[in-house]
Design a protein around this ligand. Structure first.
Ligand SMILES: NC(=O)C1=CN([C@@H]2O[C@H](COP(=O)(O)OP(=O)(O)OC[C@H]3O[C@@H](n4cnc5c(N)ncnc54)[C@H](O)[C@@H]3O)[C@@H](O)[C@H]2O)[C@@H](O)CC1
Ligand SMILES: Nc1ncnc2c1ncn2[C@@H]1O[C@H](COP(=O)(O)OP(=O)(O)OP(=O)(O)O)[C@@H](O)[C@H]1O
Ligand SMILES: [Mg+2]
Length: 345
């Protein structure tokens, strides 16, 4: 089936799987249920043989005096999706504030220290994925430290989700993640324009979003890009997915942080599961689709209860029920399911 009208025809993730992309070699995966099933395939079972940490240890790099909510939202979301441990690396001032929101987070007050890179680096062997940027701010000294953390994480092959002010840094220096295929960028409208301007010399405003996201991903050397919006558009430079799971019309701050934290743990699970579980689609593409669908489902459920008063905290309360609804089929919810070898350390 030709997509003569471009991806304008791709609505609601409903439709035909793997349609040929006419101008590029990319394919469009648009079947919602099929995409959700790929996510289910990578979710590890809950089983008695697992030890603490095995389901995932995530680090969030962010949190400064202005923004303490964003790193909290990201880190608690990773935990509530199923990570066992969630760390936050923030500035010294922000750390006690973030700790006060939750006893479940491990908060390191290191980001503005002269030894920030070494302080974070020593934790990297114990982390399965990093989420860089929520509530980071744009202070030059902090960003310089984050540059070093990114380099150290890349050298270890750690999956990195880059969001918010992490994307500000990448827009200044795209070479930081150029060609690093374990990176996922999660720009909102504004962040996408800045990145496209920096990388392609054109903000691509008003262009076909699927083509724009595909172009940015390719220009960055197949880094996965998630452009959030009325529909979320996701590409790894090979395929394009759109996610229009029903969400809500509330646009309160923090929803993107919920998405990036959820994506941190899903990215780890998807890479661990490998491409055989994702039917040939890129594991990070599938993880990103999962995080988008989950965020939107949380928004929908929270809005049904709270309407106009909905805030991100209400969405976080919905993470468990929304996850079950989308991803835990009767087979997946079976705690006694046989362990898969890949999940053992
Ligand atoms: N409670 C908190 O601590 C929160 C902190 N946040 C942090 O705040 C910092 C700045 O993040 P911003 O997202 O404001 O980034 P920017 O400073 O790049 O601002 C983005 C701007 O784009 C606008 N925008 C968004 N979608 C748009 C669209 N479709 N069309 C036109 N304009 C659009 C927004 O209103 C915002 O003013 C980051 O560190 C971020 O993580 C946010 O995550 C929100 C919650
Ligand atoms: N117009 C919209 N309709 C429905 N859902 C939307 C819309 N815009 C964004 N979303 C959803 O909201 C979530 C967050 O996207 P948003 O663009 O608000 O991120 P953000 O600006 O980075 O948020 P944050 O305030 O956390 O920084 C995503 O899951 C996205 O799908
Ligand atoms: Mg954001």
């Amino acid at each position: 089936m030709a997509v003569g009208s471009g991806f304008g025809a791709v609505r609601g993730c409903l439709g035909v799987l793997n349609r040929a992309f006419p101008l590029h070699t990319a394919r469009s995966v648009t079947d919602m249920e099929a995409a959700l099933q790929l996510v289910r395939n990578v979710v590890p079972p809950l089983a008695a043989w697992q030890h603490k940490g095995q389901a995932g240890r995530i680090g969030v790099v962010g949190g400064c005096p202005e923004y303490t909510g964003a790193p909290y939202f990201a880190a608690i979301s990773a935990l509530k999706v199923g990570a066992d441990l969630s760390h936050v690396f923030s500035t010294q001032d922000a750390a006690p504030v973030i700790k006060s929101y939750s006893p479940e987070l491990i908060v390191h007050p290191v980001l503005d220290s002269p030894s920030a890179v070494q302080d974070v680096e020593k934790w990297l062997p114990r982390l399965h994925a990093l989420v860089v940027g929520p509530g980071l701010g744009r202070d030059d000294a902090l960003l310089e430290n984050v540059k070093g953390i990114l380099e150290a994480s890349k050298a270890r092959g750690i999956p990195i989700v880059i969001d918010a002010d992490g994307l500000w840094l990448v827009a200044q220096q795209p070479a930081l993640i150029q060609g690093y295929q374990k990176a996922v960028l999660t720009p909102n409208h504004m962040e996408f324009s800045r990145l496209a301007e920096a990388v392609l010399g054109d903000a691509l405003d008003g262009r076909d979003r699927c083509r724009a996201v595909l172009s940015l991903s390719r220009a960055l050397g197949n880094v996965t890009v998630v452009q959030k919006g009325e529909q979320d558009v996701i590409s790894d430079g090979e395929q394009v997915l759109t996610c229009s799971q029903e969400g809500s019309s509330r646009r309160c701050g923090g929803q993107g942080d919920l998405l990036s934290g959820s994506l941190g743990i899903l990215a780890h699970w998807a890479l661990l599961a490998g491409p055989e579980k994702t039917n040939g689609s890129g594991p990070l593409l599938v993880a990103a689709f999962g995080a988008c669908a989950l965020t939107r489902q949380c928004a929908r459920q929270a809005f049904q209860k709270h309407g106009r008063a909905t805030t991100t905290t209400d969405m976080i309360t919905e993470l468990g029920p929304a996850f079950s609804r989308l991803f835990e089929t009767s087979a997946g919810a079976d705690g006694g399911a046989a362990p898969t070898g890949e999940l053992r350390l």
